[in-house]
Structure formats: C-alpha cells, structure tokens
Design a binder for this molecule. Structure first.
Ligand code: PLP
Length: 446
C-alpha cells in the first residue's frame, strides 16, 4: 500500500488512543517503519532521534535481534500455556525469580498482567482482598494524586488523577480519593522546594485522618510523576510519605511503570527516592516495549496474606505469565544486566545528560530544566523569572513538539512542558545531537 492509501485506510478504520481522531484523520497519521538504537524511521524515510523511547519504554533501544530470537525459540517450543488451575511454564517461573532478585526490599512475589493499567486494576482488587480476608473489609479506600497517571482501564484511570480522563466514562469509581501533587515549579509559590515537599506529603496525613485510618487501604503514586510533566519530588516528600503510611498502616504502592528498569539511574525509582513500597506495578521497561507484559510486585506481608488466607484468587488474565512475553522479558533483563546499562546510565551517560540538559535552562523560553537519570522535562514559560504559564496552555508546547519533529527529534509535550525519556543506551555523541536539536528547536519556537 502506498502512503496515501495507508493513511486513508487508517483514518477509516483505526481509532487512535489519546488522539483527536477527527483532526488526525484530516492531517494524516505518521507511520513508523523501522528502528535501530535510538533512532526510528518514518514512511517518508525521515530518521528521527526518539528522545521519548516510544512511550517511556524502549530502554535497551530498537533493533535488538536477541529479543525476537527469544520469542521465536519459545514460540517453537510452547507458544502458549497459562498459569491457571495448577499449571505454569518455565519462562514464567524463571521471570518471577529474576524479578524477586532485582526488586528492592522484600518484594519477592509477582502477579503477571499484560500492561501497567491491568497491574493497577489488579492492585485495587488484591489490596481490598488483602484487608477483607483479615476481617477488615472497611479498609477499602485508595488515595492517589491529582494528575497522577496509572493507566486507562476503569480502575487505573480512577486511581489516576487526570481530569480529562475522569470526564469520560463515569470515573472515578467509588472509594478513590486524590490529594495534590508535589509540583514545586507550578504550585510551590513562595515556599522552598523542601517546605513544599513536606506540605504536600502532609496532605496525605490530613486525607487519611479525614477518611479515618481504619478505612484507608493504600496510597498510590509514581516515584516521579511522568505523564503529568515529569515532576521530580522535593527531597522531603518521600521520607514523609513513608512515615505516614507506616504510622497509619496504609499500604504504599509505588507505580514503577515508567521508573522501573533503570529510568531514574537505579533499577527502580523506589531506590532513587528511598521509597519503601509494599507493592509495585511494573510494565514498559520490563520488556523494553518489545512485547506487552506487566505485573504487580508485592512484599512478603502482602503475598503471605494472599497465599495463606486469600483462598482461591478470583482474578487473572488469559495471558498472565504468557511464556513468550516472559521469555522476551528474561532476554531484555539479561541484556540490561550483562551490558551494565543501568550502571552506565548512573555513572556515565546519566550525569552527562544532566549536565547538558540543564544547560538548556539558559534558553529564554525555558523556566526550568528538570532531570533525574534518563528522564526529564523543559518547562516552557512566557516570562522566565516569574514561574508563570502561557495563557493558552499547551499551544507553545505543541508547536515546539512539531518543530522538533521537523528537526528529526521526537519529544513529547504535556501542556508546555517538553518531556524527555530516551532509550537508556543513548551514547554521549547522541546526547550531543539531542541537545543541539533541542536548542535549535527552542530557537525556532521562541
Ligand atoms: N502507570 C504509569 C506510571 C504509566 O506511566 C502508565 C503508562 O504510561 C501506566 C501505569 C499504564 O501502563 P499501560 O499503558 O501499559 O497500561
């Protein structure tokens, strides 16, 4: 099919996620055809530096043949079997053990899902079940954060705090509450980041006391808020959250779907920020996006209750622990470990990226350049020192994203924040190219 025919067919038959489908149909979608390392190519043959790793997920970069070979081997051997009714497969067993080895603290048990959203749906059910089987069914309420993102399923989107998502489909479902986010640049006012971090953490305590600690099951949050605009919490935030959750016996869920598998310079964002989670949803970097797979990692307390007192678990997906997905995940983790990709980010390319990225704060359009490991943002502002936003929020960000594309660079825009999340294998030379293209893009946007 030629390009125009593909676009026409796409407009006629394909409803795109998170897209204005009418506008997209008129404009014509971009069709990606190939990937290698940190680059992808589109249908017109344009080479694009993918500074967003697909959707925060292609951690080992594009084009690693070994993952396809692992999938092929497993498909030839046993393409499918499930983990229901007393069965499982070797890749599912091996991946569970590997995750137990990598995860922080005593999180040593996994429940497999197909995605991050399903992981969060699973958490809602498992956590409520965890309290109910201990004779505490009233410990049922979840607290999340405004602008948090936990996926698109009914429970995932309800746990998240995206107003636009809540408007569609009758969300949030009952028993889910939200507190404010630790977004110092946008909401910190005159407070120092440390004062603000503490104040925002204490909103959790206030909400728990308002609902009654005996009714609050869990608090869920991303180690750093990704989709909202890469909000890196002040240093005071997470230690206080740890304290509050322990004090009121509220389970702590660290949503590691973006941060997991090296994104912040440690294997998990919980290690970067000193979070002590009871449960962690994972996905994305688990397979570097080569095949869909997610899961819920849980600690011995939660797993112990679910095993010993949980009875028959009335929850699961046909593809929970799919052997091909697990084989691909194992190969992905082998590459991450044997090539020391996470360590290289922490010790070499991450600090280099941080140094180059923060130089962009000198540009007149940039109010703040945030970075943590291999994830960051540029906050575009009309008036540099004042930390105020453009009146027509999102227009400049959208423009900047489109200009970046015409310069061969993929950056994502959330409102007027330009988001960065490149493959972890990006080299120093490619970082230089990324910075040069970003600077040129900012000049052309200003
Ligand atoms: N949680 C977080 C923090 C995410 O960023 C995402 C997706 O971006 C999800 C959950 C949902 O994952 P998925 O899109 O795989 O369902």
């Amino acid at each position: 099919m030629n390009l125009e025919a593909l676009r026409a067919s796409d407009a006629a038959h394909h409803l795109h996620p998170f897209s204005d489908n009418k506008a997209l149909g008129e404009k014509g979608t971009r069709i990606l055809t190939r990937g290698e390392g940190v680059y992808v190519w589109d249908q017109d043959g344009n080479r694009l530096l993918d500074a967003f790793a697909g959707l925060w997920c292609v951690n080992i970069g594009y084009g690693r043949r070994e993952l396809g070979e692992a999938a092929r081997r497993q498909m030839d051997e046993l393409a499918y079997y499930n983990s229901f009714f007393g069965c499982t497969t070797e890749p599912a067993v091996k991946l569970s053990a590997k995750l137990a080895e990598l995860a922080p603290g005593d999180l040593d048990t996994v429940f497999f899902t197909n995605s991050g959203s399903e992981a969060n749906d699973t958490i809602l059910r498992l956590v409520r079940h965890f309290w109910a089987v201990q004779g505490r069914p009233e410990k049922f309420h979840f607290i999340g954060r405004h602008n948090g993102y936990h996926g698109s399923t009914v429970a995932g989107a309800s746990l998240g705090g995206m107003a636009g998502m809540h408007k569609q489909g009758g969300l949030p479902i009952p028993g889910i509450h939200h507190i404010n986010q630790p977004y110092w640049f946008g909401e910190g006012g005159e407070m120092s980041p440390e004062e603000f971090g503490l104040a925002r953490a204490r909103e959790l305590e206030a909400k728990i006391l308002e609902l009654g600690p005996e009714r609050v099951a869990a608090f869920i949050a991303e180690p750093l808020q990704g989709a909202a605009g890469v909000f890196i919490p002040p240093s005071t935030y997470w230690p206080e959250i740890n304290r509050i959750c322990r004090q009121y016996d509220v389970l702590l869920v660290a949503d590691e779907v973006i941060c997991g598998f090296g994104r912040t310079g440690q294997w998990f964002g919980s290690q970067t920020f000193g979070i002590e989670p009871d449960l962690m949803p994972i996905a994305k970097g688990l397979t570097s996006g080569y095949i869909p797979l997610g899961g819920v990692l849980m600690n011995q307390r939660v797993a112990g209750v679910l095993r010993e007192q949980g009875g028959e678990l009335a929850h699961g997906y046909t593809y929970s622990g799919h052997p091909v997905c697990c084989a691909v995940a194992l190969e992905n983790l082998r590459i991450l470990q044997e090539e020391r990709i996470v360590e290289r980010c922490r010790e070499d390319t991450g600090p280099y990226l941080a140094q180059r990225w923060t130089q962009l704060a000198e540009h007149p359009l940039v109010g703040e350049a945030r970075i943590c490991g291999m994830v960051g943002a540029l906050e575009l502002v009309p008036n540099k020192p004042s930390r105020t936003f453009f009146e027509d929020r999102g227009r400049v960000g959208g423009l900047c994203r489109d200009i970046a594309l015409s310069n061969g660079l993929i950056l994502r825009a959330t409102w007027d924040a330009m988001l960065l999340s490149p493959p972890l294998v990006i080299s120093r030379g490619e970082i230089d190219e990324l910075i040069e293209k970003t600077w040129r893009t900012l000049d052309q946007t200003a």
